[in-house]
Design a protein. Structure first.
Length: 168
């Protein structure tokens, strides 16, 4: 019997993490949902970057908007984040801290501009009780754009491995 799979991702500026989440959805047929903060970031790009940096440095966990999908109802959950100051975005820290991952398979993935930092290790640590599988880093150009550096074939191979987890 196929396992139920959910893709949860946070994407703020260029939609890079969203693009990778969508590529994963196309390969796996999983349900998908964007993680959103209850209070959206406001202001100029520079102001939002400063707020995100402050939250990240202080380990803050901003409140999230309610999810339409309950992670508890799924067997395999892919969680995607952009890299913010060498770790996951604060909204992803909130998500991983607020749910019980026991008995679940979690697939952490991140997008970055050449500095992946320790986001994947931090995500693994935050998803307590989960079996971690198929972690993936996808690099985009260092100018903050949407030009993917990681080969499409590498992303496709990763998505195929993730899809195989549904039938294990």
């Amino acid at each position: 019997m196929a396992k139920k799979m959910l893709i949860l991702y946070y994407s703020w500026s260029n939609g890079n993490t969203e693009a990778i989440a969508e590529a994963l959805r196309k390969e796996t047929g999983a349900d998908i949902e964007r993680i959103q903060t209850a209070q959206p970031y406001e202001g100029s790009y520079e102001e939002v970057v400063a707020e995100g940096k402050r939250q990240t440095e202080h380990g803050e966990k901003p409140a999230l908007a309610p999810l339409a999908h309950r992670p508890e109802d799924y067997d395999v959950i892919a969680v995607g984040t952009p890299t913010w100051w060498y770790t996951m975005a604060p909204a992803v820290l909130t998500l991983l801290s607020e749910h019980d991952w026991s008995g679940k398979t979690v697939i952490p993935f991140q997008t970055h501009a050449g500095w992946p930092g320790h986001a994947l290790k931090d995500m693994e640590r935050a998803a307590q009780g989960a079996q971690i599988a198929c972690s993936m880093q996808v690099q985009f150009d260092a100018e903050g754009g949407a030009q993917q550096v990681t080969a499409e074939a590498d992303v496709a191979a990763w998505a195929a491995k993730a899809a195989a987890l549904r039938s294990e």
